[in-house]
Design a protein. Structure first.
Ligand code: ADP
Ligand code: MG
Length: 345
C-alpha cells in the first residue's frame, strides 16, 4: 500500500468548470451566451459582473481530450500506484455532464468526442498491456445508481436479489456488499459493462430521462496489481499487492425543485437528491479547505458521500467538474452551479 502523503501541503481536491456551447435548440430560440472565460486566468464571468475562479476552466471550444489531460490523466496515474480517485460531473440537466463523462451514445475509438470514462477504460488497459511482463493485473468494474437514497445495481438486470449495503472495514476502506463486480480481461469487455449498465439506467426509468436526471450514477474501476519483485539471485519472488478504486460519477441534475414545478412525491425526490448534492458539497468543501483539516468531514449525511468516503480526501485524488450551459436562459442555474462549485473549492 502507498505511504501517506505526509505533510504535503497541496490539496488532493480540485474543482474545474466546463462551459458547453449554445446548442441548435438554443440558437433556434435566439438564446445568447452569457458567460465569458477570461483567457489565461481560470476565471469565468457570468453576465457582466459575477466572476468565479476555479482550478481549471474549460471554455466552449475545449475538446474532450483537453478535459481528460487537464484533470483526469494524473488521477489514473495515481490509481496505478494505489491511490483511489473520484471524478464527479456536477450541473443542471442539459449542462453536459453525460457528454463530459462520455457515457451517453458510444463514439468511435479515438474520436475527439470520446469522453472521460471510455478514455479511462482504454488507458487502463494500455497501461496493463505495457506492464504485464512484471505485474499481474486484475481489473473489475461495478456500475451503480443512487436514486432517492436507494442503491440500484446496473450490472444486475432486473434488479438485485440481495440487500445492498455500504460497510466500512477496520482500516476505513468502504465496501459495498450485495453488488456485482465484473472482472474484465479487455477494454472491450469493460465497454460492454458500461453500455449494458447505461441502457439499464435509462430503460429502467418509468419516465425515461426523468429518473436518470434525478439519480447519481457511479461507474467504478477496481484495479488490483501484484508486482513480482524478484529477490536478487534467488528463485523466490516477493509479491507487492496494490489496489485502487477509480469512481466516475455522473451526478443528478442540480436544478432546483421550483424550476421543474415539482409537487408531491416528485418534490420529495428532488429534496432527497438535493440532500445528496448538499452532503457532497459539504464534504468537498471540508476537504478542500486547509483550515478545516482534521475537523469532522460529514460523510455520513448521504449514501453518495458514504459510498465515496474512502475515495474522497486523504490520499485519494478528487476532481469535480462543474458543467454549465452558456445560454442566457440558464443564467440562474449556471450561477447556482458556479456558486456551489466555488464553495466546494
Ligand atoms: P446532462 O448530462 O448534464 O443532462 P448532456 O451531457 O446530455 O447533459 O448534454 C446536453 C446536450 O448538450 C447534449 O446534446 C450534448 O451532446 C450537448 N453538449 C454538452 N456538452 C457539450 C460540449 N462541450 N460541446 C458540444 N455539445 C455538448
Ligand atoms: Mg445526463
Amino acid at each position: 500500500m502507498p505511504q501517506a502523503a505526509g505533510a504535503e501541503e497541496e490539496t488532493n481536491v480540485r474543482v474545474a468548470a466546463r462551459v458547453r456551447p449554445l446548442l441548435a435548440r438554443d440558437t433556434a430560440q435566439n438564446y445568447c451566451s452569457c458567460i465569458t472565460a477570461q483567457p489565461g486566468t481560470n476565471q469565468l464571468v457570468v453576465g457582466t459582473r459575477r466572476g468565479f475562479t476555479f482550478d481549471l476552466v474549460f471554455d466552449t471550444d475545449a475538446s474532450q481530450s483537453s478535459v481528460y489531460v487537464g484533470c483526469v490523466s494524473q488521477l489514473l496515474e495515481g490509481s496505478m500506484q494505489g491511490y483511489n480517485a473520484t471524478v464527479l460531473a456536477y450541473g443542471q440537466t442539459g449542462s453536459g455532464k453525460t457528454h463530459t463523462m462520455g457515457t451517453g451514445q458510444p463514439v468511435p475509438e479515438g474520436s475527439d468526442e470520446e469522453g472521460i470514462v471510455p478514455k479511462v477504460i482504454r488507458n487502463s488497459f494500455h497501461h496493463i498491456e505495457k506492464h504485464k511482463g512484471s505485474v499481474d493485473f486484475k481489473v473489475s468494474c461495478c456500475y451503480l445508481e443512487i436514486y432517492n437514497e436507494d442503491i440500484r445495481d446496473l450490472l444486475q438486470p432486473g434488479g438485485h436479489k440481495g440487500h445492498i449495503a455500504i460497510r466500512e472495514d477496520a482500516t476505513g476502506g468502504i465496501k459495498v456488499t450485495g453488488i456485482h463486480a465484473e472482472t474484465c480481461s479487455s477494454a472491450e469487455e469493460m465497454f460492454r459493462c458500461l453500455s449494458d449498465g447505461s441502457v439499464q439506467r435509462t430503460t429502467g426509468a418509468t419516465l425515461m430521462n426523468e429518473q436518470s436526471s434525478r439519480s447519481h450514477s457511479i461507474f467504478t474501476l477496481i484495479l488490483e496489481q501484484r508486482r513480482r519483485l524478484t529477490n536478487g539471485g534467488g528463485e523466490g519472488s516477493e509479491e507487492d499487492y496494490v489496489t485502487a478504486k477509480f469512481h466516475l460519477v455522473d451526478l443528478a441534475g442540480s436544478e432546483r425543485a421550483k424550476r421543474t414545478g415539482a409537487v408531491g412525491s416528485r418534490f420529495k425526490e428532488s429534496v432527497a437528491i438535493n440532500s445528496g448534492l448538499l452532503a457532497l458539497g459539504n464534504v468537498i468543501s471540508a476537504l478542500g479547505d486547509p483550515a478545516k483539516r482534521g475537523s469532522h468531514v460529514p460523510y455520513r449525511e448521504s449514501k453518495l458521500t458514504r459510498l465515496l468516503q474512502d475515495s474522497l480526501g486523504g490520499n485519494s485524488r478528487t476532481v469535480m467538474i462543474a458543467c454549465v450551459s452558456c445560454a442566457d436562459i440558464d443564467f440562474e442555474e449556471t450561477l447556482n452551479t458556479l456558486k456551489y462549485a466555488h464553495r466546494a473549492r
